[in-house]
Write a protein that binds this ligand. Structure first.
Ligand code: GLY
Length: 284
């Protein structure tokens, strides 16, 4: 099985994001009622997130237009899984989200990635259920992602091991975990998160370091390895999760960038959800 070069993990040249439509606040899917979504606030959160990626970190941002008939389309992570030059277009678990793939597929083709489609109508996969560690994939089996979806992912990325992890009480696997460095898994403290971590540890022949944070939602971070800056971690803001941020502050080798996400989180949006990260080695 392959292993990405440690120096490649987290490298990124381009980012695809998508604007938030007016329908977002009323119609975006949500697991629980977490209060009214402030549309202007959600747009401000996305704008600041994009500004960090583009202006602070120097990435090329492709911003797709919103479409009122697709209230959840801002969560582009769910519709593609990208590794190196290959992009697997998913078949999202929520039928209302299936049309989101078209615009993203076109954008990824325009970036000259090798686009692979998930045509099997028995498969479902949301990118939010896919954790790539640099050496293997963990795929959450959730309300959105099934075994067939995981099998098709394994076919698309044949060089890497793929293990499945049951997800309970959360929308996606990455609702409570993410990577913070090539060998470092950030994990929430809930019973469900800890159980999933145990499964991942049992399935893997590699021993990962872990960073446990008190809040599941804060365990979803965006890790990047940026030339001239090194390890960069976008994490939830101290106003939102002060105790978890104290844990991140122990990462002395990282550039830490707090990013507020509380309006997007009302409809189950995490920090990784709003971007597709692409590393074009031969940048056109
Ligand atoms: N609101 C994000 C999703 O349910 O897919």
């Amino acid at each position: 099985m392959a292993e990405q070069k440690v120096s490649d993990f987290g490298q990124c040249t381009h980012v695809v994001v998508r604007s938030i439509p007016d329908s977002f606040s009323q119609q975006a899917l949500r697991m629980n009622d977490c209060g009214t979504v402030n549309l202007a606030g959600a747009r401000r959160e996305l704008e600041l997130y994009v500004r960090v990626l583009r202006d602070k970190l120097g990435l090329q941002v492709v911003e797709l237009p919103s479409d009122d008939s697709m209230p959840d389309a801002v969560f582009v992570e769910d519709v593609a899984v990208i590794l190196d030059e290959t992009a697997l277009i998913t078949r999202p678990g929520a039928p209302s989200r299936r049309r989101e793939v078209e615009a993203v597929k076109k954008a990824l083709q325009d970036l000259r990635l090798n686009v692979v489609e998930m045509t099997d109508e028995s498969a479902t996969l949301d990118g939010g259920d896919v954790l790539f560690t640099g050496r293997e994939f963990f795929v959450g089996l959730s309300k959105r992602t099934n075994q067939r979806g995981a099998e098709i992912l394994a076919d698309a990325f044949k060089d890497y091991a793929v293990s499945t992890v049951p997800v309970y009480d959360n929308l996606h696997l990455k609702s409570f975990c993410s990577m913070a460095a090539p060998n470092l898994i950030v994990i929430g403290s809930s019973e469900g998160a800890q159980k999933a971590l145990k499964t991942m540890q049992q399935m893997s022949d590699h021993r990962y370091d872990k960073l446990t944070v008190p809040d599941d939602a804060a365990a979803n971070c965006v890790y990047l390895n940026v030339p001239g800056k090194g390890h960069v971690l976008l994490h939830r803001a101290p106003e939102e999760f002060p105790e978890s941020v104290k844990v991140f502050e122990k990462l002395k080798d990282h550039m830490l960038i707090p990013v507020a996400n509380s309006e997007l989180a009302k409809v189950d949006g995490c920090l990784t959800c709003c971007s597709l990260l692409i590393n074009k080695k031969n940048d056109p």
